[in-house]
Design a protein around this ligand. Structure first.
Ligand SMILES: NC(=O)c1ccc[n+]([C@@H]2O[C@H](COP(=O)([O-])OP(=O)(O)OC[C@H]3O[C@@H](n4cnc5c(N)ncnc54)[C@H](OP(=O)(O)O)[C@@H]3O)[C@@H](O)[C@H]2O)c1
Length: 322
């Protein structure tokens, strides 16, 4: 099979370690399901792996790709829930399993003609989602769902600010918060990206760092250092920031005086459980919200897709068709 493989890690030049290779097809084994991948999508996670961030060198080479949708050997159309682990070790929550991993961290990922996944990670693909749409859901949509509804406990009528509203998690969070009846504000750094955040459902989109017309109950922040101070200042007393990433850096000033005096909550979130992922699918069906595809590239052109992601030239998701 063809596969996009991380063969090396380089912090400055991540694509120097990316190779398109011919590998043997994975063999089916008990407890695992082999999926003929029809579409996969790109995530910053793949780029972190290529940069050597959070992925130990001894786990190279590794087939990249956390997200995917395809057809099992039995002929079932499926979407992959990419969080691997044991819910029992996490008190019933797989994301809290200390040994949990995402697809492509400990086993080969989905940027290939075939991927082998634990059978519990295979979820029936609804007919109303294309393979390309379904391939965007596992990481950013699942993560945005958990951030909003499980971790920040968003309620209808809450005010939400989404920082980096054109990104994968950001654009999903906008659409999900809007579908759940929230008043949604977003920020983005360019006019085109602000227009996109609007199309995703934001009621009002501002430049990064701009003062909001009102304070919000919840901030979704995946940007980190560049937006953190603004996020803290945008909250009502008692409000919450929920974070799943730190694209611009992970060491902003803590501003503890603001946190305790305004009684703010800083909430971490990672991935989603299968239960949350299935609830996400129901929310998409009920609301009519659909994933935002920036572009679709062939597996043979995966390098150009990664270049787009690295350049920050993406609105929503880059999908790879295999
Ligand atoms: N913990 C988890 O489970 C989990 C899951 C998914 C993602 N993540 C992490 O979350 C982060 C976002 O992921 P993603 O897939 O949404 O990435 P993405 O699609 O690349 O989006 C990144 C967003 O960050 C914004 N941004 C970057 N630098 C910025 C800066 N200096 N100032 C303001 N905005 C900035 C961009 O805004 P502009 O559009 O305005 O340039 C873009 O909208 C990544 O670090 C990723 O690794 C974690």
């Amino acid at each position: 099979m063809r596969a996009a493989v991380a063969v090396d890690q380089n912090a400055e030049d991540p694509l120097s370690g990316l190779a398109l290779q011919e590998l043997p097809d994975p063999e089916a084994k008990p407890g695992w399901t082999r999926v003929r991948v029809r579409a996969a999508s790109l995530n910053p996670h793949d780029v972190w792996t290529l940069r050597g961030v959070g992925h130990p060198a001894e786990r190279i080479p590794m087939v990249l790709g956390c997200d995917g949708a395809g057809v099992t050997d039995a002929g079932d159309e499926v979407v992959i829930h990419p969080v691997l682990g044991d819910p029992n070790r996490g008190g019933g929550d797989v994301t809290l399993d200390p040994r949990r991993a995402l697809l492509s961290e400990t086993v080969n990922g989905s940027l290939a003609d075939f991927v082998l996944v634990p059978t519990e990670c295979v979820v029936p693909k609804p007919a109303w989602l294309s393979f390309e749409e379904a391939a965007t859901l596992g990481i950013v949509w699942g993560t945005a769902y958990r951030m909003l509804f499980t971790r920040a406990r968003l309620r209808a009528g809450d005010r939400v600010l989404v920082q980096g509203g054109s990104g994968g998690v950001g654009s999903a969070a906008i659409s999900l918060a809007r579908a759940a009846g929230a008043k949604v504000y977003a920020t983005a750094r360019t006019e085109a990206k602000r227009a996109f955040a609007s199309e995703c459902g934001a009621h009002e989109v501002l430049e990064s760092g701009a003062r909001l017309p009102e304070r919000v109950d919840v901030v979704v922040d995946t940007v980190g250092e560049a937006t953190w101070a603004h996020s803290l200042r945008s909250l009502v007393p008692g409000g919450a920031i929920v974070t799943c990433g730190a694209t611009s850096g992970n060491m902003p000033p803590a501003e503890l005086n603001r946190v305790f005096y305004q009684q703010l909550s800083v909430i971490g979130s990672t991935g989603s459980t299968r239960t949350e992922f299935e609830a996400l699918l129901r929310l998409l069906e009920a609301s009519g919200v659909r994933p935002h595809l920036d572009s679709v590239v062939a597996l043979d052109d995966v390098r150009s897709g990664f270049q787009k992601l690295i350049d920050g030239d993406v609105r929503g998701k880059v999908v790879v068709r295999t």
